[in-house]
Design a protein around this ligand. Structure first.
Ligand code: BGC
Length: 762
């Protein structure tokens, strides 16, 4: 060894030594108070507050209370409770003076002067309402979603709200479940991108800014897997499915910095989520390092008595607190029993300190200790910029599902019959979870068309609301249709038919809407069906009776102008389905990322039950995974949506067809707008791991990008991913990327296999 070599080795050794020291310092720094190293100043402040807090006050921090909206005055006992330090947070205090008074009592008169946090369900806008979250997911445009949630935070914070119970990121594969409306749909990757966008938007760049809201990733976990789509129902999710599908968006929410989490109502594999140590301690805290706090759902702790998991509220409190569920929403089992549980050694004050620390940490991060009050100047509500953003998001969330003979966009000067229960329903188009949106500020499609001289509009409601079964007004609607060139039929569901506890077993159009469409069809006038609903609606026979179908979800305050721009072609539709759209309710659960089974469908061998000969002999021929009546295809696949232009994908390439584990892979595709109009396209990249130590889905969304192209313009879209992105939670309960064959598709939707590539991971 030469001198030079020696020097190099010594040098390397030194660097290694410093690195090891750094690592060990690091791990010491992250230890708690026992460490000799300086702690985060916030933790020091919490130490000093904790050292003087009484047990009663500590328990008080875990309590979240509400006030009934029927009670006008602030009840005296509520104020006294704050004065004694018995409450840590409030929800739904919508009188600004009340909020200020409660906060004043907390920071001036309570023993430790700890500020309160005021919470509210600000789900898809505060006053300016954006499309329901399922619609926002359909935009495949996270930056719009981030902007919308930023706006919601700016508006809500003028009421002193600094914590929203959003985003809801439950994977939802069942459109019967009413809460699918609040979700980003069925896909873990899309939902993760949405989760990140919501968290960043609500929380802003700095959580301490007075317009930032703490986000709350909910519902942890498995709520979307409620049996039969019935709300609050049991979820049985095996460990692999839990990690590979349901947990993914929540992990993203932690990585994006979500300040809080909410447990779900359901029982997960036999243990209610609100007392589930595996998810709350092992996964959330230990594996993911979450350092915010967890709130229960409304009474979800005491509901464990109904679940049959606790004999009484005291036992429920014991189970939840031992799972380290930090804050109790509305019910009072912690308040009533924690002291006793500590005295009986069923929980320790030291552990309670950890819980209080989690809560105080977020109060510090929100800047509430420095700035407990709020600027109540609400002139910003419904600001022009907010309305513009809401309209843009609505435009990008409206999906064109059918467009026979390119009937859309409408030509100018058309004589239009506007018919249907949702054409002028300002409250309904806001959708579920809009406590604060006001119908007086909503612009409906009817108002939008009427205010434009280009269009000659005649209006006949036909049905007064979506569930209306009366055919009394059909005659007038038919007359209106006959004297027009085209029918715009606004159908769907009122807002109240989706959301919490609003599951449906039949997801057809309610009321007599189908009957009215059938009658209108007989006039021979073309029909554009515009759906407003909180879930996919099974279309059955009406699909063939209409010329175009637009899914507008519940599009929010600016739904009217957005729809008019889409219908008249000022904007080309660009949204894609965030959920698989079933033909029939019996196909549910239906999602694109299913497993292949041992007998996957062979399309050419499928025999519909109407074609089976009478007295047929039972054989195993054609025995694949399908329904005899509904077949094997959905009405529309995940990722599907048309526009007014067309796009060609070419030059699909991959950086290596033999990449090694750990490498980065780049795929490229040239996208050309081959249509006549400027339009947006969402390019989707799917993959399949062909053979695994666990069976893998037939397809998984890996990346997407939304681009805008002028007519005739081309753009190269490049996706980069690491082989870690192909990993799955395997049989050994670890994330693994396995070598072997993979397929990739650059696609327009989940069933599009035109552009396929293969690679072998070594
Ligand atoms: C819902 C939550 C919501 C909470 C507070 C519950 O019923 O499940 O999603 O945040 O109420 O309103």
């Amino acid at each position: 060894m030469t001198f030079l070599h020696l020097k190099v080795y010594t040098y390397r050794f030194l660097i290694f030594g410093v690195f090891v020291m750094m690592l060990s310092c690091d791990s010491k720094i992250s230890e708690t108070s026992s460490s000799n190293y300086p702690k985060d100043p916030v933790e020091n402040k919490i130490d000093s507050i904790l050292s003087t807090m009484s047990l009663e006050e500590k328990i008080g921090q875990t309590a979240q209370r509400g006030k009934s909206s029927r009670v006008k005055e602030l009840p005296k006992d509520l104020k006294d409770a704050v004065r004694k330090g018995q409450i840590g947070s409030f929800l739904n205090i919508m009188n600004k003076e009340d909020a200020k008074e409660l906060q004043r009592i907390a920071v001036e008169e309570s023993p430790s002067k700890i500020p309160l946090i005021f919470a509210r369900d600000v789900i898809h806008g505060f006053k300016t309402i954006f499309p329901i979250p399922l619609g926002q997911a359909a935009s495949f445009n996270p930056s719009l979603v981030q902007e919308g949630s930023r706006i919601a935070a700016i508006e809500a914070s003028t009421y002193g709200i600094r914590w929203t119970f959003a985003p809801m990121i439950d994977i939802s594969r069942d459109p019967r479940w009413g809460r699918i409306a609040e979700s980003a749909g069925e896909d873990p990757y899309l939902t993760s991108r949405m989760a990140e966008a919501y968290v960043k938007g609500f929380q802003g760049e700095d959580l301490a800014s007075p317009t930032s809201l703490a986000a709350c990733a909910k519902h942890f976990i498995g709520y979307g897997a409620a049996e039969g789509g019935r709300d609050y129902n049991t979820a049985n999710i095996n460990d692999n499915l839990l990690h590979n599908v349901y947990l993914k968006p929540f992990k993203t929410a932690v990585d994006a910095g979500s300040a809080t989490f909410m447990t779900s109502f359901n029982d997960l594999n036999g243990i209610p989520a609100s007392a589930n140590s595996y998810i709350l301690k092992d996964i959330l805290r230990e594996e993911w390092g979450f350092d915010g706090f967890v709130v229960s759902d409304w009474n979800s702790i005491i509901e464990m008595v109904n679940h049959g998991y606790a004999k009484d509220q005291k036992e429920a409190a014991e189970k939840s607190i031992n799972a380290m569920l930090d804050m109790e929403m509305t019910s009072t089992s912690y308040h009533d029993h924690l002291k006793e549980l500590i005295q009986e050694d069923k929980f320790s004050e030291k552990e309670l300190d950890k819980i209080v620390r989690n809560i105080l940490r977020i109060k510090f991060r929100l800047g509430l200790f420095d700035n407990p009050y709020f600027d109540s100047d609400d002139t910003i509500l419904y600001d022009k910029k907010h309305l513009t953003a809401a309209q843009k998001t609505a435009e990008e969330s409206i999906i064109l599902l059918k467009n026979k003979n390119n009937i859309l966009p409408l030509g100018a000067k058309s004589k239009i019959a506007i018919i249907g229960p949702l054409a002028d329903a300002p409250h309904e188009q806001l959708g579920t979870w809009t406590f604060d949106g006001e119908k007086e500020h909503t612009i409906t499609p009817l108002q939008s068309f009427k205010s434009d001289d280009e269009y000659m509009v005649q209006y006949s409601k036909g049905l007064s609301y979506s569930r209306d079964k009366s055919e009394n007004d059909f005659g007038d609607a038919i007359k209106t249709a006959k004297s027009s060139d085209i029918i715009l039929f606004f159908a769907g569901e009122e807002a109240i038919l989706s959301g919490e506890a609003h599951s449906r077993a039949d997801i057809n159009l309610p009321g007599a809407q189908e009957e009215l469409i059938t009658e209108l069809h007989k006039t021979g006038k073309p029909i554009i069906l515009v759906l407003m609903a909180g879930r996919p609606i099974t279309l059955g026979n009406i699909k063939d009776k209409v010329d175009a179908v637009l899914m507008a979800w519940h599009p929010g305050t600016m739904g009217g102008p957005a729809l008019k721009n889409i219908i008249t072609g000022l904007v080309s539709p660009s949204a894609k389905l965030p959920v698989t759209w079933p033909k029939e309710v019996g196909q549910i659960p239906i999602h694109y990322n299913h497993k292949n089974t041992g007998r996957p469908v062979i399309p050419e061998e499928f025999v519909h039950m109407d074609s089976i000969p009478i007295g047929a002999w039972q054989s195993s021929l054609g025995n694949t995974s399908h329904y005899l009546d509904a077949g094997f295809l959905p009405e529309y696949p995940f990722g599907y949506g048309l526009g007014y232009s067309s796009f060609k994908y070419s030059n699909f390439s991959i950086s290596s067809t033999n990449p090694k584990i750990g490498e980065t892979i780049t795929v490229k595709v040239l996208v050309t707008n081959t249509g006549d109009v400027k339009a947006k396209e969402t390019v989707q990249l799917y993959f399949r791991d062909m053979v695994g130590s666990l069976t893998r889905p037939v397809k998984e969304l890996l990346r997407f990008e939304k681009i805008i192209l002028n007519s005739g313009e081309s753009k190269e879209v490049e996706f980069t991913f690491s082989t870690n992105d192909l990993a799955f939670y395997g049989p050994d309960k670890k994330w693994i990327t396995e070598s072997g064959n993979f397929k990739l598709w650059i696609a327009k939707h989940a069933l599009d296999e035109e552009n396929e590539l293969e690679f072998i991971l070594e």
